[in-house]
Design a protein around this ligand. Structure first.
Ligand code: FUB
Length: 352
């Protein structure tokens, strides 16, 4: 096994910020960005869309595709898939929603992996019977239009698909709660039995992502919501209780095992080390997003973390004074730096 990087000292977060104009999309609410460099040399991200009218995650109804040549100016290429395209015939009154997707270029086409969330927006036993699965849509352009090719990938239950294609051409799908499998050559089915992978910790909520750097595989994920079940909005601003973090682990193969490394991104918007800052000083923290979802891309030799904050909904209420809304999120981008051993440092979150 190769030498394994160690978690960076938290003091290392005191580095120069690298503002990319966060939040990068301001005309609509976006979340769960899945960024990739496509054959046109641009970075494309497909994002979830949070509802303008509110209503929470059960109302997420589409994905948008954005493209950029410089990681700062983004073109909105419009909705590329809507919930109406994936909703099964159903008269039960269940709601269907589109949660965090991923997109990949392969064999001359673009494959969009999307989780369908299905349930009732309540808390009775019936309402808690949430179901989710992964579908695949295909297009000739990352701007769509995508058509559903596989409504439900056999063997998948859960949310947050992430696709990784290794240098040898093998494609992998990660999803749900530490599940993974190889994908078939046509990208439309699992090539082997799903397995639960060892990511070095049991503190796992969602948002799998795999990236490769210098021959090592880095797995990242959102750690946990557990503490949010116990606390109320008032003490959610207590730094000691903020633990909705993105964690990283590292391994020598795409399917692990991975060794837990540490924090890649602190709670977005937290007033703690790694929290946001700008050229004219620290801002009051906006309220939590509750979800710390990461997507990672290398662009011109630099790795970037795409995540989301509540900055836009906070701005719309009262610039930096409002609480923001945790289901009206906005995509942000910041640089990932590594120490000399290859351990990613906690991301310095920037605004503006
Ligand atoms: O956006 C809906 C859900 O919230 C995603 O699927 C999770 O990763 C979290 O970001």
């Amino acid at each position: 096994a190769s030498a394994q990087p160690q978690q960076a000292d938290k003091a290392n977060v005191n580095r120069e910020p690298y503002p990319l104009g966060n939040p990068v999309v301001t005309h609509m609410y976006t979340a769960d960005a899945a960024p990739h460099v496509m054959p046109d040399g641009k970075v494309w991200m497909v994002t979830s869309v949070d509802s303008e009218a509110g209503g929470g995650y059960s109302t997420m109804a589409a994905y948008h595709a954005f493209s950029s040549s410089d990681m700062r100016h983004w073109t909105d290429n419009g909705a590329v898939l809507t919930v109406d395209q994936v909703r099964p015939a159903d008269t039960s009154g269940r709601r269907y929603a589109l949660w965090a997707p991923d997109i990949i270029y392969r064999n001359g086409r673009y494959y969009l992996y999307y989780p369908v969330w299905s349930g009732f927006p309540g808390s009775s036993p019936e309402e808690r019977k949430v179901e989710s699965w992964i579908g695949v849509a295909v297009a000739d352009s990352p701007a769509g239009p995508f058509r559903v090719a596989v409504p439900r990938l056999e063997g998948t239950r859960g949310i947050d698909p992430a696709v990784f294609v290794d240098d040898d051409g093998t494609a992998y799908l990660f999803w749900g709660s530490r599940m993974a499998a190889r994908l078939s050559d046509d990208m439309l089915s699992l090539a082997d039995e799903p397995r639960k992978i060892d990511v070095g910790t049991d503190r796992f909520m969602e948002a799998s992502w795999l990236h490769k750097r210098d021959g090592r595989y880095y797995f990242s994920h959102h750690s946990t919501y557990d503490h949010f079940r116990k606390i109320d909005a008032a003490n959610a601003l207590d730094p000691e209780r903020r633990q909705s973090e993105l964690w990283w682990s590292v391994g020598d193969s795409p399917l692990g095992p991975f060794r837990h490394g540490g924090v890649l991104n602190y709670e977005p918007g937290a007033g703690v080390a790694g929290g946001p800052r700008s050229s004219d000083g620290d801002y009051p923290p906006w309220r939590l997003t509750l979800s710390n979802h990461g997507g990672i891309v290398e662009f011109h030799g630099q790795d970037y973390l795409f995540y989301h904050t509540s900055a836009l909904s906070s701005w719309r209420q009262d610039r930096f004074q409002g609480a923001g809304t945790w289901t009206q999120r906005s995509v942000a981008i910041d640089r990932i730096d590594y120490d000399t051993d290859g351990a990613p440092l906690p991301v310095v979150q920037t605004v503006e």
